[in-house]
Design a protein around this ligand. Structure first.
Ligand SMILES: [Fe+2]
Ligand SMILES: [Fe+2]
Length: 287
């Protein structure tokens, strides 16, 4: 496979995740490493360029196109283990340190959830929540796989990071999309709202038949920072969304802050996860 382009994807992906964790939403006891709006910092160039692309391209038409392209789920049938392996081929295998990144992030998330004694489906959610990143392996650019997600078809809220880049989004000047509600009705429920395209929405559709509702919300909205961290878009939510928001918020710290000094040993943990996967998921999933 083309490790060079995949490695580039991976770099931008990692840069986005580090940026969210270190600059925008640092752990409660930590200060932001620096003001992320400090445009003079050259280290932020990758991240700014990433957001420029993401915010510029995620139009309602683009989202519809990607949904038609991917939500038929007819690309591959994979077990969770195969998907984890597949995801790990994302990185340049010349760099052994990076090689385990994706699997390690998932394991560290799920193991931290388990260590806190949470429900088993919550642990499983930690293990699978980023499997939608296999989109990168279908050749999708990183800005269409990761990054904050937000509703399309209505005004882009100012709580979205690097909001200024929406000026390059053609939807921003379409009057029918450019009000607080846009094409939606007040409190219509997020189930009726189209989100920007990425790994969250994609994996939600893969997992929809199998996992409990709170797990599906955690998967589908884990990158919807404007909602779960900034409190925006309540005008599109119904009571069910508000109830589920508690679960999305419960998940977020494990996603962001679960880097353990001692990386979990996948071989040792495999039997536990084999049983857990079997409890909820079929032997193969449609991606
Ligand atoms: Fe994610
Ligand atoms: Fe994650």
């Amino acid at each position: 496979m083309n490790t060079r382009s995949n490695s580039t994807s991976h770099d931008a992906m990692q840069a986005w995740e580090d940026f969210i964790e270190e600059q925008v939403y640092p752990a409660p006891h930590e200060k932001a490493a620096e003001d992320y709006r400090n445009y003079d910092n050259p280290a932020r160039e990758t991240v700014r360029e990433f957001y420029r692309q993401n915010h510029g391209h995620q139009t309602l038409d683009f989202v519809q196109e990607k949904r038609n392209e991917f939500l038929g789920l007819n690309r591959r049938r994979m077990s969770v283990f195969e998907a984890l392996d597949f995801l790990n081929t994302l990185v340049d295998d010349s760099d052994p340190d990076i090689e385990l990144d994706q699997l390690q992030h998932l394991l560290q998330t799920s193991e931290s959830i388990r260590a806190d004694g949470h429900e088993d489906w919550f642990v499983l959610t930690g293990l699978v929540h980023d499997l939608g990143k296999v989109l990168c392996l279908y050749g999708e650019p990183q800005w269409a796989v990761v990054g904050d997600t937000f509703p399309v078809g209505c005004r882009f809220d100012e709580g979205i990071i690097y909001h200024e880049f929406f000026k390059e989004n053609t939807d921003a000047i379409r009057p029918e999309y450019n009000s607080r509600l846009g094409i939606y009705e007040e409190h219509c429920g997020l189930k009726n709202v189209l989100m920007s395209w990425g790994h969250d929405e994609y994996l939600y559709h893969v997992m929809r038949p199998y996992l409990p509702e709170p797990a599906l919300y955690m998967i589908r909205y884990h990158s919807f920072y404007a909602w779960h961290r900034e409190g925006a878009y309540d005008w599109l939510c119904d009571d069910h969304d508000r109830e589920m928001l508690t679960h999305v918020k419960r998940f977020n710290p494990y996603d962001l802050y679960s880097k353990c000094p001692q990386p979990p040993d996948w071989q040792k943990l495999r039997p536990y996860y084999t049983d857990l996967i079997q409890k909820y998921l079929p032997a193969e999933l449609s991606f």
